[in-house]
Ligand binder design. Sequence first.
Ligand code: GRF
Length: 210
Amino acid sequence: MATPLAKATPHAPMRFAILASGRGSNAMALLDAFESGFIPAHVGVVISNKADAEVLSKAAARGYATQLIEHRGKTRAAHEQEVLACLRKQRIDHILLAGYMRIVSADFLREFSGKVLNIHPALLPDFPGLHAAEQQWQAGRKVVGATVHFVDAGVDTGQVILQGSLIARGDESADALAHRLLHEVEHLIYPRAVRLFLERMSYNEKDNTQ
Ligand code: GRF
């Protein structure tokens, strides 16, 4: 008699870490999406390099494990080793950078190749680097936007996953535009990009087993 085929065991939900350096509004939008099940995965830890980053208290208040790993006074390599140790301890599969004001090195990325996502407040490849929302305003762009992309060793050069845009009003300040971009675009596209990323991964897995 033929042996029945073993049932595919669905793997345990993926575990994400969120790395952020500031107020953490994108991190909170992501946590909303994890909690509602829109992103079918777990957040294992929220890490910040800044002691006064609001993201730490906001995430802790929602019951998440948080970790402060300060970079000050350490080499990039030493700091990254501490972050990697924390990620390993928490059995993290994927990393979401959300206003994380540190460049991650090629060494760090080697361990999480294709598994680190970032949000950037411009329509990449235009306006990489700092103050991108303001740069779009200064350039007088009519259509401004934000991008979720894979992180590679360059500055905002990784493959794009999802972009969203809005029409700039001629009369708004740079701050007002950045605020709208954050609330009307970034908070919407980041959770959707993460969901898309997971969907693509499971699609690729199925494709490989057929
Ligand atoms: C956002 O504009 C994000 O795109 C950029 O840094 C900002 C972080 O804001 N990378 P918040 O901490 O998520 O509120």
